[in-house]
Design a protein around this ligand. Sequence first.
Ligand SMILES: *Cc1c(COP(=O)(O)O)cnc(C)c1O
Length: 428
Amino acid sequence: MSASLTDAKSAELYARAVQRLPGGVNSPVRAMRAIGRDPLFVDRAEGAELFDVDGNRFVDYVCSWGPLIHGHAHPEILAAISEAAARGTTFGAPTAGEVEIAEEVARRVPGIDMLRMTSSGTEAAMSAIRVARAVTGREKLLKFSGAYHGHLDGLLAEAGSGLATAGVPASAGVSASATANTVIVPWNDGEAVVRACAEHEFAAILAEPYPANMGLVPPFEDFLQLLRNQADATGALLVFDEVISGFRVGPGGAQEREGVTPDMTVLGKIIGGGLPAAAYGASREIMEHVAPAGPVYQAGTLSGNPLAVAAGLTTLRLLDEVAYARLAATTETLVHGLRDAAGDVPVQIVSVPGLLTVFFSAEPVHDYAGAQACDLAAHAAWIRALLARGVYAPPSQFEAWFPSLAHTPEHLERTLEAAAAAFAEVKG
Ligand SMILES: *Cc1c(COP(=O)(O)O)cnc(C)c1O
């Protein structure tokens, strides 16, 4: 039985939006083109629930693509933002909150003693690369196909998510010289990494330790250690982009969970608690290359913004052991339930605590090529069927679901019921 959505008000807003915003949105994946429909405009959200302008209610598994580990409009986070706002929204001068959040992050993340805040993950990745080049005196970067590190020119090559979804191999407007120093190898291909490291002198080996922008494709056992060993053997810095995995898969991110400490770490999403903040960090020795302590220039008018810091700090302080155990249990319930719901529909359900992807593939997915070989049409139909049944899941095969601490057993039950019906509909 098929279900349908009332979306007259969203359609009306979208018609206006495309006149003033390219594609009607401010970031491509929001347009829902990969699932062949127009976007739904959000009115408000609370906890794990999203309400659109037509009054439809959804269980939300996008959660702003990662920042909202406590769900929408968490009262303590809202209170922290309001209190900060009442004291002034930005000063361009240091505040106590910046020291506190840096201390909080350093306490949790093994590879970080010192950090610099930025306003987006893109900026943080771009700046980390600048530091890596300054520290090593080298220019080349090793990147994995399907990994996304933000929209900086040098890394917009086989960059997953929005790009994979749009079917654009890289991006127009990126000069050949900008990516000339970027070498791309398949994820989970140890031999290719060893070969590339023998052929090139890299400033940095850059990886999402749990890649989640080609769908979630965790590393093979010992693959991250191989990256660590190759970096050590060749004098490259190992840079982990934990913009998604940081503070999500555990207090110290993927690096702590996998026991592989990178030279530099890029953070974003959760660290801003739903406001614009990100960071890059490393040992004191590496970070003291950054101005004004050192010669690497990097700055930002709104970097370490007091509202974003208040939201991020409160978000981190609410993440205790109990919270991580609960998020892991929520993820497990979803994974098992989705597996049951799928029946004989050929899917691969991949997860780490706090992240999961349902790949429409009969074969295990180990890299970007595997993700691209999925049945994208069946996935799109399934996501549309979920939407029609009140579940708002990432509208692309190349993204992960973001369960949150606000998802209750009742939300999960609703989700799994909808999932079973949606699988049945896809099967026809
Ligand atoms: C989202 C993301 C970024 C970019 O962060 P923005 O804040 O969107 O610029 C970088 N790396 C990873 C792994 C991401 O998921």
